[in-house]
Design a protein around this ligand. Structure first.
Ligand code: SAM
Length: 239
Protein backbone atom coordinates (compact mmCIF):
# COMPACT_ATOMS: atom_id res chain seq x y z
CA UNK A 1 0.00 0.00 0.00
CA UNK A 2 0.98 3.62 -0.52
CA UNK A 3 2.57 4.86 2.71
CA UNK A 4 2.34 8.52 1.65
CA UNK A 5 -1.43 8.59 2.25
CA UNK A 6 -0.86 9.90 5.80
CA UNK A 7 0.72 13.17 4.64
CA UNK A 8 -1.37 16.21 3.76
CA UNK A 9 1.33 17.32 1.27
CA UNK A 10 0.74 14.07 -0.69
CA UNK A 11 -2.96 14.98 -0.88
CA UNK A 12 -2.36 18.62 -1.85
CA UNK A 13 -0.25 17.41 -4.80
CA UNK A 14 -2.59 14.55 -5.68
CA UNK A 15 -5.76 16.60 -5.65
CA UNK A 16 -4.28 19.10 -8.13
CA UNK A 17 -4.34 16.22 -10.64
CA UNK A 18 -7.57 14.51 -9.64
CA UNK A 19 -10.03 16.87 -8.04
CA UNK A 20 -11.85 17.94 -11.20
CA UNK A 21 -12.49 14.33 -12.21
CA UNK A 22 -13.85 13.60 -8.71
CA UNK A 23 -16.10 16.63 -8.93
CA UNK A 24 -17.47 15.45 -12.29
CA UNK A 25 -18.80 12.19 -10.80
CA UNK A 26 -22.41 12.09 -9.49
CA UNK A 27 -22.55 12.47 -5.67
CA UNK A 28 -23.63 8.88 -5.10
CA UNK A 29 -22.97 8.85 -1.35
CA UNK A 30 -25.14 11.96 -1.06
CA UNK A 31 -27.99 10.25 -2.95
CA UNK A 32 -27.58 7.15 -0.79
CA UNK A 33 -27.60 9.04 2.52
CA UNK A 34 -30.74 11.04 1.66
CA UNK A 35 -32.44 7.78 0.60
CA UNK A 36 -31.71 5.88 3.82
CA UNK A 37 -31.43 8.28 6.76
CA UNK A 38 -33.60 10.96 8.41
CA UNK A 39 -32.95 14.37 6.87
CA UNK A 40 -33.30 16.02 10.29
CA UNK A 41 -29.85 14.79 11.45
CA UNK A 42 -26.84 17.10 11.38
CA UNK A 43 -24.13 15.63 9.14
CA UNK A 44 -20.32 15.69 9.08
CA UNK A 45 -18.24 14.36 6.19
CA UNK A 46 -14.80 13.28 7.41
CA UNK A 47 -11.83 13.23 4.98
CA UNK A 48 -14.19 14.63 2.37
CA UNK A 49 -11.55 15.50 -0.26
CA UNK A 50 -13.65 17.07 -3.02
CA UNK A 51 -16.56 17.30 -0.51
CA UNK A 52 -18.75 16.49 -3.51
CA UNK A 53 -21.28 14.54 -1.44
CA UNK A 54 -21.49 17.18 1.32
CA UNK A 55 -22.09 19.81 -1.35
CA UNK A 56 -24.99 17.75 -2.70
CA UNK A 57 -26.44 17.23 0.80
CA UNK A 58 -26.37 20.94 1.56
CA UNK A 59 -28.16 21.59 -1.75
CA UNK A 60 -30.95 19.41 -0.34
CA UNK A 61 -31.23 21.80 2.64
CA UNK A 62 -29.52 19.46 5.07
CA UNK A 63 -27.35 20.69 7.93
CA UNK A 64 -23.87 19.61 6.74
CA UNK A 65 -20.21 20.28 7.36
CA UNK A 66 -17.56 19.04 4.91
CA UNK A 67 -14.07 18.47 6.28
CA UNK A 68 -10.60 17.27 5.33
CA UNK A 69 -7.12 17.69 6.81
CA UNK A 70 -5.74 19.24 3.60
CA UNK A 71 -6.20 23.01 3.81
CA UNK A 72 -5.02 23.60 0.21
CA UNK A 73 -7.86 21.46 -1.13
CA UNK A 74 -10.41 23.23 1.06
CA UNK A 75 -9.12 26.61 -0.20
CA UNK A 76 -9.36 25.39 -3.80
CA UNK A 77 -12.96 24.29 -3.24
CA UNK A 78 -13.91 27.56 -1.56
CA UNK A 79 -12.69 29.43 -4.67
CA UNK A 80 -14.23 26.88 -7.05
CA UNK A 81 -17.69 27.20 -5.43
CA UNK A 82 -17.90 30.79 -4.16
CA UNK A 83 -21.71 30.62 -3.96
CA UNK A 84 -21.93 27.27 -2.16
CA UNK A 85 -23.50 27.41 1.31
CA UNK A 86 -21.44 24.36 2.37
CA UNK A 87 -19.46 24.96 5.53
CA UNK A 88 -16.01 23.38 5.12
CA UNK A 89 -13.36 23.13 7.78
CA UNK A 90 -9.94 21.64 8.33
CA UNK A 91 -10.23 18.55 10.52
CA UNK A 92 -7.85 15.73 11.29
CA UNK A 93 -9.94 12.55 11.51
CA UNK A 94 -7.76 11.32 14.41
CA UNK A 95 -8.48 14.41 16.46
CA UNK A 96 -11.72 16.13 15.52
CA UNK A 97 -12.55 19.52 17.00
CA UNK A 98 -16.23 18.69 17.69
CA UNK A 99 -17.79 18.18 21.11
CA UNK A 100 -18.88 14.72 22.21
CA UNK A 101 -22.08 13.53 20.47
CA UNK A 102 -22.54 16.84 18.68
CA UNK A 103 -23.15 15.40 15.17
CA UNK A 104 -26.20 13.29 14.25
CA UNK A 105 -24.58 11.36 11.39
CA UNK A 106 -20.94 11.26 10.36
CA UNK A 107 -19.53 9.57 7.30
CA UNK A 108 -16.41 9.01 5.26
CA UNK A 109 -16.13 7.61 1.77
CA UNK A 110 -12.94 5.92 0.58
CA UNK A 111 -11.02 6.86 3.72
CA UNK A 112 -10.35 3.77 5.85
CA UNK A 113 -8.95 2.19 2.66
CA UNK A 114 -5.84 4.35 3.19
CA UNK A 115 -4.84 2.45 6.35
CA UNK A 116 -3.11 -0.90 6.38
CA UNK A 117 -2.67 -0.85 10.13
CA UNK A 118 -5.80 -1.82 12.10
CA UNK A 119 -4.61 0.14 15.16
CA UNK A 120 -5.04 3.34 13.16
CA UNK A 121 -8.55 2.30 12.12
CA UNK A 122 -9.42 1.59 15.80
CA UNK A 123 -8.38 5.18 16.62
CA UNK A 124 -10.46 6.54 13.74
CA UNK A 125 -13.47 4.51 14.90
CA UNK A 126 -13.27 5.81 18.47
CA UNK A 127 -12.79 9.42 17.42
CA UNK A 128 -15.73 9.26 15.00
CA UNK A 129 -17.91 7.59 17.65
CA UNK A 130 -16.94 10.23 20.22
CA UNK A 131 -18.44 13.08 18.19
CA UNK A 132 -21.37 11.13 16.68
CA UNK A 133 -24.75 10.81 18.34
CA UNK A 134 -26.66 8.35 16.12
CA UNK A 135 -25.09 6.95 12.95
CA UNK A 136 -21.47 6.56 11.91
CA UNK A 137 -20.86 5.37 8.38
CA UNK A 138 -17.76 4.34 6.51
CA UNK A 139 -17.74 3.40 2.84
CA UNK A 140 -14.81 1.21 1.84
CA UNK A 141 -13.84 -0.74 -1.27
CA UNK A 142 -15.17 -4.30 -1.48
CA UNK A 143 -12.66 -7.15 -1.93
CA UNK A 144 -15.39 -9.53 -3.12
CA UNK A 145 -15.55 -7.55 -6.36
CA UNK A 146 -12.57 -9.22 -8.04
CA UNK A 147 -12.93 -7.26 -11.28
CA UNK A 148 -12.59 -3.99 -9.36
CA UNK A 149 -9.62 -5.28 -7.35
CA UNK A 150 -7.85 -6.16 -10.61
CA UNK A 151 -8.70 -2.81 -12.20
CA UNK A 152 -7.14 -1.02 -9.21
CA UNK A 153 -4.04 -3.25 -9.43
CA UNK A 154 -3.59 -2.18 -13.07
CA UNK A 155 -4.16 1.51 -12.28
CA UNK A 156 -1.65 1.35 -9.41
CA UNK A 157 1.11 0.79 -11.99
CA UNK A 158 0.51 4.36 -13.23
CA UNK A 159 -0.82 6.13 -10.15
CA UNK A 160 -0.20 5.43 -6.44
CA UNK A 161 -3.65 6.85 -5.57
CA UNK A 162 -5.09 3.45 -6.51
CA UNK A 163 -2.81 1.57 -4.12
CA UNK A 164 -5.49 1.15 -1.44
CA UNK A 165 -6.75 -1.52 0.93
CA UNK A 166 -9.82 -3.54 -0.05
CA UNK A 167 -11.98 -5.03 2.72
CA UNK A 168 -14.15 -8.08 3.18
CA UNK A 169 -17.37 -7.29 5.07
CA UNK A 170 -16.57 -9.95 7.70
CA UNK A 171 -13.09 -8.47 8.20
CA UNK A 172 -14.66 -5.06 8.69
CA UNK A 173 -17.02 -6.40 11.34
CA UNK A 174 -14.08 -8.04 13.08
CA UNK A 175 -12.11 -4.77 13.05
CA UNK A 176 -15.01 -2.89 14.60
CA UNK A 177 -15.53 -5.51 17.28
CA UNK A 178 -11.80 -5.69 18.01
CA UNK A 179 -11.74 -1.90 18.42
CA UNK A 180 -13.96 -2.36 21.49
CA UNK A 181 -16.62 0.07 20.22
CA UNK A 182 -20.01 -0.25 21.93
CA UNK A 183 -22.90 0.08 19.49
CA UNK A 184 -26.63 -0.65 19.18
CA UNK A 185 -26.49 -2.24 15.75
CA UNK A 186 -24.22 -2.67 12.79
CA UNK A 187 -25.04 -3.50 9.20
CA UNK A 188 -22.93 -3.92 6.09
CA UNK A 189 -24.89 -2.54 3.14
CA UNK A 190 -24.09 -2.62 -0.55
CA UNK A 191 -23.03 0.57 -2.30
CA UNK A 192 -22.19 1.21 -5.95
CA UNK A 193 -22.42 -1.15 -8.89
CA UNK A 194 -23.43 -1.58 -12.54
CA UNK A 195 -26.76 0.19 -11.94
CA UNK A 196 -24.82 3.44 -11.44
CA UNK A 197 -24.82 3.81 -15.24
CA UNK A 198 -28.33 5.19 -14.83
CA UNK A 199 -26.89 8.12 -12.85
CA UNK A 200 -24.77 9.38 -15.75
CA UNK A 201 -25.57 13.10 -16.18
CA UNK A 202 -25.26 12.81 -19.99
CA UNK A 203 -25.89 9.88 -22.33
CA UNK A 204 -24.20 10.30 -25.75
CA UNK A 205 -23.86 14.03 -25.06
CA UNK A 206 -27.55 14.49 -24.23
CA UNK A 207 -28.76 15.32 -20.70
CA UNK A 208 -29.99 12.13 -19.03
CA UNK A 209 -33.76 12.78 -18.84
CA UNK A 210 -34.40 10.30 -16.02
CA UNK A 211 -31.57 11.31 -13.64
CA UNK A 212 -33.91 13.07 -11.19
CA UNK A 213 -35.76 9.77 -10.74
CA UNK A 214 -32.77 7.41 -10.87
CA UNK A 215 -30.94 9.20 -8.06
CA UNK A 216 -33.84 8.19 -5.79
CA UNK A 217 -34.14 4.62 -7.11
CA UNK A 218 -30.52 3.53 -7.59
CA UNK A 219 -29.56 3.70 -3.85
CA UNK A 220 -32.30 1.12 -3.15
CA UNK A 221 -31.40 -1.15 -6.08
CA UNK A 222 -27.89 -1.76 -4.67
CA UNK A 223 -29.44 -4.01 -2.00
CA UNK A 224 -30.57 -6.51 -4.66
CA UNK A 225 -27.26 -6.95 -6.52
CA UNK A 226 -24.71 -9.64 -5.56
CA UNK A 227 -21.65 -8.70 -3.46
CA UNK A 228 -19.43 -9.77 -6.37
CA UNK A 229 -20.48 -6.74 -8.43
CA UNK A 230 -20.79 -4.33 -5.50
CA UNK A 231 -18.18 -1.57 -5.48
CA UNK A 232 -18.12 -0.59 -1.80
CA UNK A 233 -19.23 -1.80 1.59
CA UNK A 234 -21.26 0.80 3.47
CA UNK A 235 -20.63 -0.01 7.10
CA UNK A 236 -23.45 1.58 9.11
CA UNK A 237 -23.08 1.65 12.87
CA UNK A 238 -25.97 2.81 15.04
CA UNK A 239 -24.64 4.14 18.32
C1 SAM B 1 -9.63 9.19 -1.39
S1 SAM B 1 -9.83 10.73 -0.66
C2 SAM B 1 -11.54 10.79 -0.25
C3 SAM B 1 -12.36 11.16 -1.40
C4 SAM B 1 -13.67 11.82 -1.07
N1 SAM B 1 -14.58 10.89 -0.47
C5 SAM B 1 -14.24 12.40 -2.33
O1 SAM B 1 -15.25 11.90 -2.82
O2 SAM B 1 -13.68 13.36 -2.83
C6 SAM B 1 -9.11 10.62 0.90
C7 SAM B 1 -9.07 11.96 1.63
O3 SAM B 1 -8.63 11.70 2.96
C8 SAM B 1 -7.98 12.86 3.40
N2 SAM B 1 -7.22 12.48 4.60
C9 SAM B 1 -6.16 11.62 4.72
N3 SAM B 1 -5.79 11.51 6.02
C10 SAM B 1 -6.64 12.32 6.73
C11 SAM B 1 -6.78 12.61 8.10
N4 SAM B 1 -5.95 12.09 9.01
N5 SAM B 1 -7.76 13.45 8.49
C12 SAM B 1 -8.59 14.00 7.57
N6 SAM B 1 -8.51 13.78 6.25
C13 SAM B 1 -7.54 12.93 5.84
C14 SAM B 1 -7.13 13.28 2.21
O4 SAM B 1 -6.76 14.64 2.29
C15 SAM B 1 -8.12 12.99 1.07
O5 SAM B 1 -8.82 14.15 0.72
Amino acid sequence: MNNEFNHDTYWSDTWIKHIESYLAVPPRAGYWITSHFPVSLSILEIAGGSCRDSRYLVSQDLDVIGSDFDQKTLDYLAKRYPESPLLMQKEDAFSLSFANKSIGLSFSNGFWVLFENNQQIYSLIHEQARITEKYMISLVHNIENIKLVNQFKECTKLDSLYDIRFFHREELLEIINESGLKYKSIVMRKFGGPIDKLLTPKIKGIKNPIQTITKKIVPHVYDYQPWTVTERIACVIEL
